[in-house]
Write a protein that binds this ligand. Structure first.
Ligand SMILES: *Cc1c(COP(=O)(O)O)cnc(C)c1O
Length: 412
């Protein structure tokens, strides 16, 4: 196990910062939907000597010598990921979600091509065509939305936009959408207009791998995912595609987008995929969803409005204006009681992005710690109490103590 003895001796300044962050992660609750805790085995794998090695290229075709052992590691990561997702071809080299998406666009599109993606303030990701992101600058994105009343994607509307705009690619898969996605319908619409289908399952990959949510892989041309969210691996990403697109995807990742892959992260990905193949991981995914459903219904009991009125996955967006607060205000109140969340826009948000109307809550991290429905109910009650007593410093202090006690009972 890592004990950081050399770091402690050599660089006390950084070691102290690391220690403080370890304490924060132990003593506070993580409800940020995109975060998780990796296992100690994954952490150890990330800290291996593979970080010393250059291995541009792919297994069997490297541009540097000495890669025979690295090839074994990368092949094992690919093999395990294929078992996990039943994909025909997988590239495990993308450094993170956004670079993976850049490589997907590069593999399938030319700059200026038209792409359909979900609007950011409706739950989409920056890399799905937001004007400040490379995707919005290089490609001609047209955005679809969720239905204002149901909070869900209206597939008839998507079809109308697709028929009118004739995009080269349709993107599905989101950052703040709590419902199942109708992958097959997306594919049918794409076929009608001759568009490529691209699924970005960064958030739900672990739930899909375990069979707890529908998979786009049987239908879609190309699928990207991060490895560090519900999949509970190291910070990184991968791309999966049909065999017929394998060459163009690989070429887009290297030499198109990246140089040397981070092989110490790739071995850690292999370890995480190995964990996700175990029966315990299916249990984990089931519990993540059960916890999220309980969280949503508890918030509703306390009078909070939830976008789409519930969840099918690990997250929910809560409209805090239903309690007279903004998302940033709520983020700051919860910070005071030792709970991390991320502010979020709601569909057609009337408030500015710096203090949007919503907060996104997620259960992947607390479920890794072993918290179940019973604890989730306590947490929501404490969150509500904090919000209702936001100016009572003593009450907030006491809630913080209760949260810390719960955290120390469920050490990670
Ligand atoms: C998190 C996320 C990404 C980007 O991941 P980074 O690793 O932060 O670049 C891409 N797409 C979606 C839908 C995401 O939620």
């Amino acid at each position: 196990m890592l004990n950081y003895e050399n770091l402690a001796k050599q660089d006390k300044e950084i070691f102290d910062i690391v220690k403080r962050e370890m304490t924060r992660q132990t003593e506070e609750l993580e409800l940020i939907a995109s975060e998780n805790y990796v296992s100690k085995a994954v952490l150890e794998a990330m800290a291996t000597v593979f970080t010393n090695k250059y291995s541009e290229g792919y297994p069997g075709h490297r541009y540097y010598g000495g890669n025979q052992i690295i090839d074994e590691a990368e092949n094992l990561a690919i093999e395990r990921a294929k078992k996990l997702f039943q994909a025909e071809h997988i590239n495990v080299q993308p450094l993170s979600g956004s670079p993976a998406n850049a490589a997907v666009y590069m593999a399938f599109l030319k700059p200026g091509d038209k792409v359909l993606g979900l609007k950011l303030d409706h739950g989409g990701h920056l890399s799905h065509g937001h004007p400040v992101n490379f995707s919005g600058m290089l490609y001609d994105f047209v955005q679809y939305e969720v239905d204002q009343n149901t909070g869900r994607i209206d597939m008839e509307k998507v079809r109308e936009i697709a028929l009118k705009e004739k995009p080269k690619m349709i993107v599905a898969g989101y950052s703040a959408y709590s419902r199942e996605i109708e992958w097959q319908k997306f594919k049918e619409i794409a076929d009608e207009v001759g568009a490529f289908t691209f699924a970005d399952i960064a958030h739900t990959a672990g739930l899909i791998a375990s069979g707890e949510m529908d998979s786009p892989i049987p239908f879609f041309d190309v699928v990207s995912t991060t490895t560090h969210k519900t999949l509970r691996g190291p910070r990184g990403a991968m791309i999966m595609c049909k065999e017929k697109f394998a060459k163009q995807v690989d070429r887009a990742v290297f030499p198109g987008m990246q140089g040397g892959p981070h092989e110490h992260i790739i071995v850690a990905k292999a370890v995480a995929f190995g964990e996700a193949l175990q029966p315990e991981f299916k249990q984990y995914a089931k519990q993540v969803i059960a916890n999220a459903k309980t969280m949503a219904s508890e918030f509703i009991k306390f009078g909070y409005r939830i976008i789409s009125n519930g969840t099918d996955n690990h997250l929910m967006v809560v409209d805090m204006t239903s309690k007279g607060l903004g998302g940033r205000d709520c983020e700051q109140i919860l910070d005071k009681i030792g709970i991390s969340v991320s502010r979020s826009t709601i569909p057609n948000d009337p408030n500015p992005p710096m203090n949007p109307s919503g907060v996104r809550f997620g259960t992947p991290a607390i479920t890794t710690r072993g918290l179940k429905q019973e604890e989730v109910k306590i947490i929501v009650a404490l969150i509500n109490k904090a919000i209702e007593n936001k100016d009572e410093i003593n009450i907030l202090e006491n809630i913080k103590k209760e949260i810390k006690e719960m955290c120390l009972k469920f050490r990670n």
